[in-house]
Design a protein around this ligand. Structure first.
Ligand SMILES: NCc1[nH]cc(CCC(=O)O)c1CC(=O)O
Length: 308
């Protein structure tokens, strides 16, 4: 197998690069190569350029992936590394998800100014987030706090808490860990109140559909348990999130041969929550996520649009 020239594409954010180096190290070890023989191509995406408004208002889907898809299709790279959370539910037909690395911690971390917890924030405190899901989950517990848009990469957001621009923010613990910034977490939020985004904590690899060379090269480092969980979470998202404007959370985990699934759709102001829980054989993961989403759809008085 000629694998020595596999080119890896990624966004250029510190988190994207950390994830890509992790994948490259695993892949090189599995192939018995030096990591440096697998070149990393940094590709700027639309999502990296838009910084001043929520991505949900900018066309949402595919903002972090389109330029990487094009690079794959044009043969400039052979695989691309993504945060699964940022992968759209529908990919172009030329692109396939090869699989996922073993998942990191799926939970959200709370970063409070001067170490304050979410419970201990004074009335009317300001929480920064760009995530509709996190905003709705915060409002559900603390309807008195105000939400402001906080974008930028992980370091930028941490700085905005330190400088007092906001009293606190939420970030994926996985991202903090990968950047060696876990010490900034004031608290790790319980999964029941802060059910994560579909795909949170998982690194996905995409490739050209039908590229057997890349599929074979990756086989040893991809994790089937994460793939089963992601199949359920992505199916749930596919049914509920046509718009990227609805707060949706989903978490699946493999217990033995079974998938345990918990999904949630929230009204943006946190005033209503619709949940579904299911358990079933892991081979039915996508069906489980799909069924849970349809169960929630049936309970929504005005469909998903009623939640925005
Ligand atoms: N949308 C940004 C993004 N995409 C993936 C992660 C974290 C890493 C992960 O979930 O795997 C983050 C930052 C954050 O939510 O704190």
């Amino acid at each position: 197998m000629t694998t020595t020239r596999l080119r890896i594409g990624t966004r250029g954010s510190p988190l994207a690069l950390a994830q890509t180096r992790q994948l490259r190290a695993l892949l090189a070890a599995a192939l018995g190569l030096e990591a440096e023989t697998l070149p990393i191509e940094v590709i700027r995406t639309t999502g990296d350029i838009i910084q001043d408004r929520p991505l949900s208002e900018s066309g949402g889907k595919g903002l972090f992936t389109k330029e990487l898809d094009v690079a794959l299709i044009e043969g400039r790279i052979d695989l691309a590394v993504h945060s699964s959370k940022d992968l759209p539910t529908h990919l172009p037909p030329e692109i396939a998800i090869a699989g996922y690395l073993p998942r990191e911690d799926v939970r959200d971390a709370w970063i409070g100014r001067n170490g304050a917890t979410l419970d201990a924030l004074p009335e009317g405190a300001v929480v920064g987030t760009a995530s509709l899901r996190r905003g709705a989950q915060v409002k559900r517990l603390r309807p008195d706090v105000s939400l402001v848009l906080l974008r930028g990469n992980v370091e930028t957001r941490l700085r905005k808490v330190e400088s007092g621009e906001v009293d606190g923010t939420l970030l994926a613990l996985a991202g903090l860990k990968r950047l060696g910034l876990e010490r900034h977490a004031t608290a790790i939020l319980p999964i029941e109140d802060f059910l994560p985004a579909a795909g949170q904590g998982a690194i996905a690899v995409t490739k050209r559909a039908g590229d057997a060379r890349v599929r074979e090269a990756l086989a040893a480092i991809l994790d089937p348990a994460t793939a089963a969980a992601l199949a359920a979470e992505r199916a749930f998202l596919t049914v509920l999130d046509g718009s990227c404007r609805t707060p949706i959370a989903a978490h699946a985990k493999l217990i033995g041969e079974e998938i345990e699934f918990h999904g949630m759709a929230l009204r943006a102001d946190g005033s209503a929550v619709y949940e579904a829980r299911r358990r079933g054989p892991s081979m039915d993961a996508a069906l489980i996520g799909d069924a849970a989403a349809n169960e929630i759809l049936l309970r929504l008085p005005n469909g998903v649009a009623g939640l925005t």
